[in-house]
Write a protein that binds this ligand. Sequence first.
Ligand code: ZN
Length: 411
Amino acid sequence: MQITDEQIKLVNDRIRALVAAESFYGKKLEEAGITEIHSAEDFANLPFSEKKDLRDAYPLGLMTAPEEEIVRIHSSSGTTGTPVIIPYTAKDVDDWAIMFKRCYETAGITNMDRIQITPGYGLWTAGIGFQNGAEKLGAMVIPMGPGNTDKQLQMMQDMESTVICATSSYALLLAEEIQKRGIRDRIKLKKGVIGSERWSQKMRDRIANELGIELYDIYGLTEIYGPGIGINCECGTGMHYWDDYIYIEIIDPVTGENLPDGEYGEIVITTLVKEGAPLIRYRTHDLSRIIPEKCSCGRCYPRIDTIMGRTDDMMKIKGVNVFPSQIEEILGGFAEISSEYQIRISHLDGKDTMRIYVETTGDYDFNDLAKRIAEKVKSRIGFTPIVKVVEVGVLPRSTKKTARVIDERYD
Ligand code: ZN
């Protein structure tokens, strides 16, 4: 998607602020001799920024607005090492809520809905982002935070929640509990807004069917406001993103070259109006593509496709590059197994081994099923994994993100 003149003007303003604040990126630009941009070519010559740059700026090196204008910080979680601290001005907080409100509206959620929020509150951007957007919309928020499934289900019934916000793993756990307890009739949910991890079509179908709700994928990352910068519409074909707030390009993760619309690569985001910590050409390591066609819903906002995975999820096994999504797709073709799986990679007797754990009911022959899955992986990807079939319910479910790929080679 070509950058527009208006977007270039906004980026130019950000660049001036970054240089004036002498933030890490301001210094990077000065070293490269760039203090302003005026064309798409100028933009394409701007250096990328990386998570490592953000870590190096710890604690407040990203702060670009004057201290008296900073009203809040958030921090990225779940990674090892130094965290990333993102400062927000009042306008940034408000802009984020406006974008999130737009997400809810795109999902057909209104001020008559009751929104139960299960992602965590605190340094992480999740819970509070869902909440501010819902309040901006005028809906009734039920701010549960994560865990305590008994209480979640009680409140869901008593408050007659119509929207559930959750990670896909927690939505699945709730769906299974609701079925187990036989309380589906007492649940009034109509929609689910699901964020923060890659999930399979099988898992999506299962949550949607068991709860009888429509599901919406929400996109975002702490470094760029948080969740709420994009969501799918009723057509379910990719996620619309808000190009008056962010500019997205897709690059080849290895060469850094821009890729044409329609091709899969790494999502790179530039914030257009962020004040507290603007980011220019930030490499997200998320894999997707820009969908070139106009959406049949008629909205003008551009779209990215469902997130395929992370560039750093790419596994090299016996010399072959493998993405978890490839394995997932193969597993999706087996109706006999549940949506849960786990991949373990280890190094035994001088060679890499992949073990795939899947679940099934007692209706199938475990050995025969394992053999058929292993053969399918061999024919599609080129090596033979060890497949272990277990009873449904044995693999771990989580209230946060479920670790599906465990690399034991470097422990
Ligand atoms: Zn649409």
